[in-house]
Every structure is written in structure tokens, then in C-alpha cells.
Design a protein around this ligand. Structure first.
Ligand code: SF4
Length: 352
């Protein structure tokens, strides 16, 4: 099979010979029944290598958070396969799954949900170890303080209550709460979205340092292309339950091959050089469609500035246009042809 024949049901590979930390194949996640059935995730495939930062970008309602939760076994898919290494998490017994889940943690946008307002930060960070039956109280306290120190929160800070901390400090404590269980994979779901722009870069640097020091693997979910592309090795662009494009982060950022990726890129404050040259700025019209009534053909056709008649009736298959570049658009080859071999516009550096 040639690369151009590779389709959406085959998970875009990590490009390494390693067993993926997370592998998702043709995953579907549905909610509701018959007329109220919503496919939040619809036939999605990808793999994430151990130690990789895999970004998932999409607007609100794109299904990215549901995908992240299903990928680590916190939401049960309606169809398809999930593997953690060689393990099928949905084939484990409840007891096995509880132990397994320690290795797959989620850090959400709102750290307040993780904290009991009547418990000190230290008690809250010790709590997951108590629930998991790890160590005695002194050992849990020692590990919690060590992880709080790792995220730059002092012992004095650990005796405070959640309402005494800033949003950034609470998110750091939330990260420590995940780290005490010695995870392998973290789903970071809009983890900097609620933070002031001035501290977002510090937080991204912290995530990058933790990944390096603890050999973590991230699924890094955000609506913000700039945030995701600055920290990720590869990114998947999601729209209405489907992946539109997967590729190396700097490639997707600088040379988007899908009209939706291009529109997201265009909305960033620093518009890519090729767009500056053409003075083209893409403004997407309309809202994301109703989940109860998904568009026929290409899901993006109701908002796509490049749509033609065929797009409303024929769904494009995801194809590999260049090594590691998977795109679901009938005109992806034309998008690729616009870039000269030495082109690519403004380069964005990863943190770290
Ligand atoms: S298939 Fe058509 S509607 Fe979909 S992204 Fe490509 S051009 Fe736009």
C-alpha cells in the first residue's frame, strides 16, 4: 500500500518503531439515543509515542476533550480500539483498571474542581495517594511536599487553602496532585486557558520540564493553536468529531494543508508570512454546526471558504500527503502545491 492510500481507519503512526504509549483506532464516542444521538468523536485514529507531546486542537464542541478522556480510558468509546502500550484498558477488571488509571491522569482547565475548599493544599495533594493505598501518612506527606517543590510551591504555601492561591498556583498544585501517582501519560485539557497570558509561557515551560524530568507523555488539548504548537511534537486538528489534519507541530503551524487549519492559523495574531504577502486573512463564517444534525459530506463544508459542490456530498478520506502529514480534504494536494520547497513562512520555536 502506498502512503497516499493510507486512510482514516489506519492510525497515523508516530514514525518510531516503539510500541505507542497510546493508540486509538477508528474510535467513536456517542451520547444519547436515536434522534438525540450525538457522535462527539467519529472514527478517529492516531498513535502517541512514549515521551511525545501530542497536541489536539479544536474549537469548543469539536470533541477534543471527549477524545482525550476516551483515549486514556475515562470515557468508554462506542466503537473502535484503544491501546495503552499492549494493554486494552477496557478489557481490564475494575481492580486492574483502578491500578492502571494511576498511570493515565487528566489535568483539567479548572483546578478548583480538584480541591476541597476545607482541605489544605498539602492534604489535597496527599489525597490521591491515600485513595490509591500508597504509603503511610509520613511517606505521603514527604512525596506530596517533594512534588509541590517540583512545581515551585513552597512548604509554607502547602499549608494554605485553595482560596488563598492564585489561579496559576492552584494549577501548579493540581499538577502536583497528578504527579504524586507517578503517571506515564497526562491529558492536559485547556490547562493554561484560564490563566493570564503573562503566566501562560511559564506554565508551558513547567509542563515541558516535567515531561523531560519524569519521562511523561502528553495529550495536550487546547483551542489555541499557538499554545499547542509551541509545546507539541505533533498536532491533530479536530473539527466536529473528526480529525482534519495530523502532522509535526511546526509544519501544521507554518504550512497548514487543511482549510480549517489554515483558518485557525490565520486567526493567530502573528499571521504566517505567506498570508502577509497575499494580505489574506481567513474569517470563518457561522457557528460550529448542531451536533444533532451534522453536515453531510465534509463536516467543514458549511464554513469552508474553499468548499465546492462535491464537498457537501462526498466525505474526504484522510490521506498521507507527505511523511507524517495526514489530511482529510479533497483539495489537500492543491494546498500542498502552494508551498515552494523552501517556503513555509514564519517559523515558530517550541519551548524548552
Ligand atoms: S473537502 Fe471541501 S469543504 Fe472540506 S475542507 Fe476540503 S475544500 Fe473544504
Amino acid at each position: 500500500m502506498t502512503s497516499s492510500q493510507q486512510t482514516a481507519t489506519q492510525a497515523p503512526e508516530t514514525g518510531t518503531a516503539q510500541v505507542p504509549a497510546v493508540s486509538v483506532r477508528d474510535m467513536t464516542v456517542s451520547f444519547g439515543r436515536s434522534r438525540t444521538l450525538v457522535r462527539a468523536v467519529d472514527g478517529v485514529s492516531f498513535t502517541v509515542a512514549p515521551g511525545e507531546i501530542f497536541g489536539i486542537i479544536g474549537e469548543s464542541g469539536s470533541g477534543k476533550s471527549t477524545l482525550g478522556r476516551a483515549a486514556v480510558g475515562m470515557v468508554t468509546p462506542s466503537g473502535g480500539e484503544v491501546r495503552h502500550g499492549e494493554v486494552d484498558p477496557f478489557a481490564l477488571t475494575r481492580k486492574q483498571l483502578n491500578a492502571h488509571r494511576r498511570k493515565y491522569q487528566i489535568i483539567a482547565q479548572d483546578p478548583n474542581a480538584a480541591f476541597n475548599p476545607r482541605m489544605t493544599i498539602l492534604e489535597s495533594v496527599m489525597e490521591p495517594m491515600y485513595i490509591a493505598g500508597i504509603g503511610n501518612r509520613a511517606e505521603r506527606r514527604e512525596r506530596a511536599l517533594a512534588m509541590l517543590d517540583t512545581v515551585a510551591l513552597s512548604p509554607e504555601m502547602s499549608e494554605r487553602y485553595p482560596h488563598d492561591l492564585s489561579g496559576g498556583q492552584k494549577q501548579r498544585a493540581n499538577i502536583a496532585r497528578a504527579l504524586v501517582l507517578d503517571p506515564e501519560v497526562l491529558v492536559c485539557d485547556e490547562v493554561v486557558a484560564a490563566l493570564d497570558v503573562s503566566i501562560q509561557a511559564d506554565m508551558l515551560n513547567l509542563f515541558w520540564r516535567l515531561k523531560r524530568d519524569f519521562n511523561l507523555t502528553y495529550l495536550f488539548i487546547s483551542h489555541d493553536l499557538n499554545v499547542v504548537s509551541h509545546i507539541s511534537d505533533r498536532v491533530a486538528v479536530m473539527y466536529f468529531g473528526k480529525i482534519m489534519e495530523i502532522g509535526p507541530a511546526d509544519e501544521v503551524m507554518n504550512r497548514p494543508l487543511h482549510p480549517y487549519s489554515e483558518a485557525l492559523r490565520s486567526a493567530e495574531p502573528e499571521i504566517a508570512a505567506y498570508q502577509q504577502r497575499s494580505r489574506e486573512r481567513i474569517i470563518l463564517q457561522g457557528e460550529i454546526p448542531s451536533a444533532l444534525n451534522p453536515p453531510s459530506g465534509c463536516r467543514f463544508h458549511t464554513r469552508c471558504p474553499r468548499a465546492v459542490e462535491m464537498c457537501a456530498s462526498t466525505e474526504p478520506e484522510q490521506r498521507e500527503l507527505a511523511p507524517g502529514r495526514f489530511v482529510a480534504c479533497h483539495f489537500a494536494e492543491e494546498m500542498l502545491a502552494r508551498f515552494a520547497p523552501d517556503g513555509g513562512g514564519q517559523k515558530h520555536q517550541k519551548v524548552g
